[in-house]
Design a protein around this ligand. Structure first.
Ligand code: IPE
Ligand code: IPE
Ligand code: MG
Length: 238
């Protein structure tokens, strides 16, 4: 049971509201995505400074392929630019970059830059920055189920030996601690298929602030709120 006053070791963020941010200013949606990249930089830097273990960012969902091709192309271009431009800063800050999601379905040039940045930072010992790319929570559960079924078929494990722990070991990132805090910007009260297995006992915090406006002060506000909460995990207060 965790005590009040704690700082989360793993924060996950649904970075939403880029389109609305742009629309309110009379800009094209793309301008919102571009401005959002600046928030990614600032929040990553802040979280690393606070010695978080992990920051997981929902950057592109499996359902986001439903958007117009033009917007998808621009998002992929921004992602690629981010992976190239931020490589040095990631490395200088001892951050290890990882990714979750069906990465093999991303455009090849994006996959290539992702692989380079991951390889370059793989021995870093500081915060883990995990990007959820072509990620879907249900898809992850399906992928885990397939892996376990394969192990059963090959006689590596018996059916009655499957536990929650077996499941956890087959997740996209097997050594990922469950998020302590899930932040959603843009005000919508939903999880949009993000980390369904992993957020069972995660504390939720939603702000109406759109992602491109999300700054250090908003993060501090979320952390202050988190610190006041008592996590009981189904038990009783002490
Ligand atoms: C989040 O902003 C970014 C992605 C989903 C890639 P949106 O593009 O969803 O912005 P809104 O929700 O339309 O304002
Ligand atoms: C969630 O935002 C996905 C990301 C932030 C990458 P969406 O804008 O796609 O979610 P919905 O459609 O509002 O549920
Ligand atoms: Mg949205």
């Amino acid at each position: 049971m965790s005590e009040k006053g704690h700082i989360p070791s793993h924060i996950a963020i649904i970075m939403d509201g880029n389109g609305r941010w742009a629309r309110r200013r009379g800009f094209a949606r793309f301008r919102g995505h571009r401005a959002g990249a600046e928030s990614v930089r600032e929040i990553t830097r802040e979280c690393a400074k606070k010695h978080l273990k992990q920051l997981t960012l929902y950057a592109f969902s499996q359902e986001n392929w439903k958007r117009p091709q033009r917007e998808i192309n621009l998002l992929m271009k921004l992602l690629k630019d981010f992976l190239i431009k931020e490589r040095k800063e990631i490395n200088d800050n001892n951050i290890r970059l990882t990714a979750i999601g069906r990465v093999s379905e991303l455009p090849e040039d994006v996959q290539k830059e992702l692989a380079i940045t991951m390889e370059l930072s793989k021995n870093n010992t500081g915060m883990i920055l995990c990007l959820a790319l072509n990620y879907g929570g249900r898809a992850e559960i399906v992928d885990v189920t397939r892996e376990i079924a394969k192990d059963v078929r090959n006689g590596k494990i018996n059916l009655d030996e499957i536990t929650e722990d077996t499941f956890k070991k087959h997740l996209y990132m097997r050594d990922m601690p469950d998020p302590d805090l899930l932040i959603r910007t843009g005000g919508d009260m939903r999880v949009s298929n993000f980390l369904l297995w992993e957020i069972s006992y995660t504390e939720l915090w939603v702000t109406p602030v759109c992602w491109p406006d999300f700054r250090k002060a908003h993060l501090e506000e979320a952390l202050k709120d988190y610190a006041r909460r008592e996590r009981r995990f189904g038990g009783l207060r002490e």
